[in-house]
Design a protein around this ligand. Structure first.
Ligand code: SF4
Length: 234
């Protein structure tokens, strides 16, 4: 695809409408978890296509990459289609010991961070259970939109900011603002499509949501039928 002219202002409003329509069509066509995953793949695929088309100048450089997982210690909020897609991906990549151990870690982390604010979690150093032994995201193709919105231009700034978190010293992180707005806009557009379709738009913590999806094979059908998905004690 030809690179977009990055000097031309990006029309986030039109982009949001496009993503909302794309998500609505995908969710409308979906009959189960795989259909939801396909709908999410179309949404994130379009977001990545736009992101790539704008990465032409230095000010758009992003430092985030494989093995740089300093920020993977905060609570991540997902919408249900994202959690369903992640659970479907985990089921697809196998039932080996490594994946089974990861599913157990995800459930354990869900319980551990349940009542933790970001500050507390950062202080406790509770890492995301989807990090593999190399510090790579094991669910990278289906990672949440909130994770995609993290777009630091300097990993050292991230480390200093996390180290200073909760103290009086503040550390500024220079982010790629285009990517941040793009992914946050994609999240909002997905929520808009869900709301219009009468689907459950509640945002929930990543590990808790994925665990709930893994434990209930009917969840995707119930979600697509417009039922409000109950979580224990929610
Ligand atoms: S899902 Fe992946 S990118 Fe997001 S916090 Fe976890 S390991 Fe990091």
């Amino acid at each position: 695809m030809p690179e977009a002219d990055s000097t031309v202002p990006f029309d986030f409003s039109s982009y949001g409408s496009e993503i909302a329509d794309l998500a609505a069509r995908g969710l409308n066509d979906a009959a189960g978890a795989e259909g939801v995953r396909a709908a999410m793949a179309r949404v994130t695929g379009r977001a990545e296509e736009v992101q790539t088309s704008r990465l032409s100048t230095n000010e758009h450089l992003i430092a985030c990459g494989p093995g740089c997982a300093d920020c993977c210690r905060v609570n991540v909020t997902v919408l249900l289609p994202e959690a369903i897609a992640i659970a479907a991906y985990l089921e697809e990549i196998g039932a080996g010991d490594e994946i089974n151990a990861m599913k157990i870690r995800v459930a354990d982390t869900a319980a551990r961070v349940r009542w933790m604010e970001d500050d507390e979690r950062i202080r406790a150093g509770v890492a995301c259970p989807f990090l593999d032994g190399r510090g790579w995201c094991a669910i990278y193709p289906v990672r949440p939109l909130t994770c995609r919105a993290l777009s630091s231009t300097d990993p050292e700034q991230c480390r200093r900011a996390l180290a200073a978190h909760g103290s009086d010293e503040e550390e500024t992180i220079v982010v790629n603002i285009f990517q941040k707005f793009l992914m946050e806009g994609t999240f909002r557009a997905l929520a808009t499509a869900m709301e219009r379709a009468g689907l459950d738009t509640t945002g929930r913590e990543l590990c808790r949501s994925v665990t709930r999806c893994l434990l209930d094979p009917r969840l995707a059908h119930d979600f697509l039928a417009g039922k409000r998905i109950k979580f224990p004690e929610s």
